[in-house]
Design a protein around this ligand. Structure first.
Ligand code: CS2
Length: 531
């Protein structure tokens, strides 16, 4: 017999210990937010803040319409569950409690996602929701590569799927499909957009055509200045439309004046849920939950208070609304994400499957600590209320959380997209200040060795949109030993990844060459001592 599945109907009237239901009746929420990218991170982070804000304020306008990426999987997981899902929060009982140090898990069912759609079939629904006057926010967690930026930061118009989406945006601007008398286009029959940004801009185009109220586009990805970044991407696609004046000028003017693009810093470690997590959640709730997400207890959201219209009272749910996100965002990307990437690459090479295992290694923890102190902390200005040294220590202890199986290989993906945001800006600042950051060179060297290891039969898989270029630049695994300077030269020639300052610093390249040897000996030593 199949086990009962989580849904509105099966939701228990009372929950057992360590389990909680939605903080507000999900069926009373209307859609106010369209979110692109309803992966695990959105569900463990913004969706929880949004539900808490609704519960505290009683404002029911902020249900979320969640849009998947290319795959329909999340829709299949959520829809049969009335979009309810659990967040399994896993940590260790704090010092001072009776069972200090023991693993502890709590489950909370979240109901703030009210609709889940797949652009392959439901693009029309997304565009309609974006044009609807009660929608005030379009938010995004589409990962670094989802913005489809070229090396100048504008959208890459040469990509065929972007070209296809541009045509759909032009069609929106010239002729609103729903306005055409007799056409009676059924929403489900509208053409599918191919990219998240294409669909977002198409939704904006319909909103503009309908004379809709202002809207906020809120990027929630780990990208430097994510507000300005998404604005550039949106405007570069919007400006590429070939439509006549005055439509074009009106459209571009509306995007400037009626749409705001606040930056935000997001933080909650959310590893992929394992079978073991599913079993643990089932034991707590007694219901099967195919959309379960797992997360650490810590959660933080800092948002630039620059909204074009109304927004949820996120500050009442613990978010920080501020005039300037930059110091928070820098500290988080440069301390947490950079160290995550370091531990991911060196961890894979040393044979550690999870971040917790990698950071439990004394030698690796000491290396991480040294890089943080020598090369990272000196580049940061502490945001008000944050002590950088304490933050560093907290981050390392969050990584050590033994209850989270956050795999090194998961974090190792997309290095070409991640490193510019988390490591290379820091390196550039150190070089500008007259230092050669050997520690950051070590991080790049670990990444290069990781790429090289992937060239070996049975080596770690390289999951990266630039995988082909990266493999070609490294050449062969043997090249790391026979011609390290040549390898570094070729990797640094990748303009999409390295800024001119880094490309031109011979000292930094030499440091990376030296650190390739260091990474090799550290990982060989660890593998040997671990047998
Ligand atoms: C991680 C992040 O996957 C990664 O690259 O560094 O997802 C990290 O877990 C989050 O940013 C934590 O807030």
């Amino acid at each position: 017999m199949s086990r009962p599945r989580l849904s509105y109907a099966t939701l228990p009237a009372r929950f057992g210990p360590h389990v909680d239901g939605p903080a507000i009746d999900p069926l009373t929420l209307s859609i106010g937010i369209v979110h692109f990218g309803i992966g695990a991170f959105h569900r463990s982070h913004q969706a929880v803040f949004t539900e808490d804000a609704a519960a505290v304020s009683g404002d029911r306008r902020w249900g979320i319409l969640g849009v998947t990426g290319r795959s329909e999987t999340v829709v299949r997981q959520l829809r049969p569950q009335d979009c309810l899902y659990g967040v399994l929060q896993k940590g260790v009982l704090p010092v001072g409690s009776a069972r200090a140090g023991e693993a502890a898990a709590d489950l909370r069912v979240i109901g703030s996602i009210r609709e889940a759609v797949w652009p392959g079939r439901d693009s029309g629904r997304v565009v309609a929701a974006m044009a609807h006057p009660t929608t005030h926010i379009a938010s995004l967690t589409i990962t670094e590569k989802g913005y489809l930026r070229g090396s100048d930061g504008a959208i890459d118009l040469a990509l065929p799927e972007v070209g296809l989406d541009l045509a759909l945006i032009e069609r929106e601007l010239i002729r609103d499909p729903a306005d055409v008398a007799g056409a009676a286009t059924k929403i489900g029959e509208e053409a599918a957009s191919h990219t998240a940004i294409g669909l977002l801009v198409r939704g904006l185009a319909r909103r503009y055509r309908r004379g809709g109220p202002p809207l906020t586009v809120l990027a929630c990805d780990n990208v430097v200045n994510n507000g300005a970044m998404v604005k550039r991407v949106v405007l570069s696609l919007a400006a590429a439309v070939q439509v006549e004046e005055p439509v074009r000028a009106g459209w571009l003017g509306w995007l400037e004046e009626s749409v705001s693009y606040p930056s935000s810093m997001v933080d909650r470690i959310t590893p992929a849920a394992t079978d073991h997590d599913h079993a643990e959640a089932f034991a707590l709730l007694g219901l099967e939950d195919e959309a379960l997400v797992v997360a650490e207890p810590f959660s933080q959201w800092v948002i630039e208070d620059d909204f074009a219209g109304p927004r949820p009272a996120w500050e009442r749910a613990g978010a920080i609304l501020t005039a300037d996100v930059t110091p928070f965002e820098r500290a988080k990307l440069r301390i947490l994400n950079a160290t995550h990437s370091l531990l991911a690459y060196i961890g894979v090479l040393a044979g550690y499957a999870t971040i917790a295992d990698a950071v439990a290694d004394d030698q690796l923890r000491a290396i991480a600590r040294r890089i943080l102190d020598d090369d990272i902390l000196p580049t940061l200005q502490a945001p008000e209320g944050l002590d950088l040294a304490r933050y560093r220590d907290e981050v390392l202890s969050r990584f050590a959380n033994p209850a989270l199986a956050h795999t090194t290989i998961q974090i190792a993906m997309d290095g070409s997209q991640k490193l510019p945001n988390r490591v290379l800006g820091t390196a550039s600042d150190r070089i500008a200040a007259g230092y050669v950051p050997a520690g950051l060179a070590f991080v790049i060297a670990a990444w290069i060795r990781f790429i090289a290891a992937g060239l070996e039969p049975g080596g770690p898989s390289l999951d990266d949109p630039m995988a082909a270029q990266l493999r070609a630049a490294v050449g062969s695994p043997a090249a790391i030993e026979s011609d390290p300077a040549g390898v570094v030269e070729r990797v640094f020639a990748l303009r999409e990844v390295f800024s001119p300052r880094l490309r031109e610093s011979g000292d930094f390249r030499a440091a990376v060459v030296a650190q390739l040897a260091e990474v090799g000996s550290v990982t060989a030593e660890i593998r040997k001592s671990n047998g």
